[in-house]
Design a protein around this ligand. Structure first.
Ligand code: SAM
Ligand code: SF4
Length: 326
């Protein structure tokens, strides 16, 4: 359905857990966040019921995210349950990739169509320091697994931070010359508590794009890529992969926004950067039917703001990215 600003909303990002096996500096504090108890987190059948209800408002695409979705027990069954909702034609996953070698095949067989994998550097020591204790080798094996399984497209998410990993931009962009990977450089967002957020850390897309063209040559714009969301995509000459930019801060792409979010605890969020939430768990657990649940999604669509105000700078939010589902 359309929201108040005539945007077609057909995409629901579902955070399936607030837990994570890494502690990326731009996302989580070192000790992690105060976790919600397991009984507050939606169960598989509850998520499937909400997805089914959301289809009445025109939701057709689901992305599972978190926290780290692969640490949720029963994730494969959840993918199967969502696959069983006939209106859903696309199930994607955003992951740090570490557990993908172990789980990728089962997930694909259950109905997973495609993955986005986070990778901020190709330097093992820097990877460790950005993720606080992750191993690059494991994340890279996750990327290889996704390519081997034919999950398509495989997108790479790289958050650019000045003085931390801006020296890695060319190396990561050059991956697209060798592999059919779709690398997206993401502007650091002022969301939640973030040790990486400091004045000067933020690098605008225009600067990243200019650095790539200076180092690797001119890029041509690519018109269509499956699951094309807010990113703009380009290709280096002869490259099998593409390079995209998610300019959440410098080019609030809100006029192209097509999404709602559902938190792990069952709150529907009309916008990543607005604190407004609609409680779906309480009605769900007291036995609300499909139309009543669909009405909650309808309300969320109608409450979508015309744009976020991240360029207004840092705002302390009650939830951080890993809790909302980035
Ligand atoms: N754990 C999974 C992962 O890392 O891909 C999924 C959840 S994570 C919150 C989703 C995406 O949000 C990741 O690509 C991450 O890089 C991005 N992210 C987290 N905090 C961010 C921030 N402050 N600014 C920009 N992107 C951020
Ligand atoms: Fe975990 Fe993803 Fe956040 Fe990193 S970005 S701490 S992997 S949820």
């Amino acid at each position: 359905m359309q929201d108040a600003y005539k945007r077609e909303i057909n995409y629901l990002r579902v955070s399936v857990t607030d837990r994570c096996n890494l502690r990326c500096i731009y996302c989580m504090p070192p000790g992690g966040v105060k976790l919600v108890s397991y009984n507050q987190i939606l169960r598989n059948e509850e998520i499937a019921r909400l997805v089914d209800a959301a289809t009445l408002t025109g939701i057709r695409k689901i992305r599972l995210t978190g926290g780290e979705p692969l640490v949720r027990r029963g994730l494969v069954k959840l993918v199967s349950a969502i696959r069983a909702v006939p209106e859903i034609d696309d199930i994607a996953l955003t992951t740090n990739g570490v557990l993908l070698p172990a789980m990728g095949r089962e997930l694909k067989e259950a109905g997973l169509c495609r993955v986005n994998i986070s990778l901020d550097t190709l330097d093992p020591a820097l990877f460790r320091s950005i993720t606080r204790y992750g191993e690059l080798d494991k994340a890279w094996k996750g990327i290889e697994t996704a390519l081997d399984l034919g999950l398509n497209p495989v997108k790479i998410n790289t958050v650019v931070m000045r003085g931390i990993n801006d020296s890695e931009i060319l190396r990561i962009a050059a991956l697209t010359l060798k592999y059919p990977l779709h690398v997206r450089f993401i502007e650091l967002m002022p969301v939640g508590t973030s040790d990486a957020w400091a004045p000067g850390r933020y690098v605008p897309t225009a600067e990243v794009k200019a650095a790539i063209e200076a180092g690797l040559g001119e890029m041509k714009e690519v018109r269509k890529l499956a699951g094309n969301g807010p990113a703009m995509y380009y290709r280096l000459s002869g490259a099998p992969g593409t390079i995209g930019f998610i300019s959440a801060v410098s080019d609030h792409f809100c006029q192209r926004c097509n999404r709602l979010r559902l938190t792990a605890e069952g709150m529907i969020r009309p916008c990543l950067h607005s604190g407004r939430e609609i409680d779906a768990r309480t009605p769900l657990r007291r036995g609300a039917g499909k139309t009543e649940l669909a009405d909650l999604f309808r309300q969320a669509v109608l409450k979508k703001p015309d744009r976020h105000n991240m360029d207004g700078g840092w705002r302390d939010e009650k939830r951080i990215m890993s809790q909302i589902g980035g």
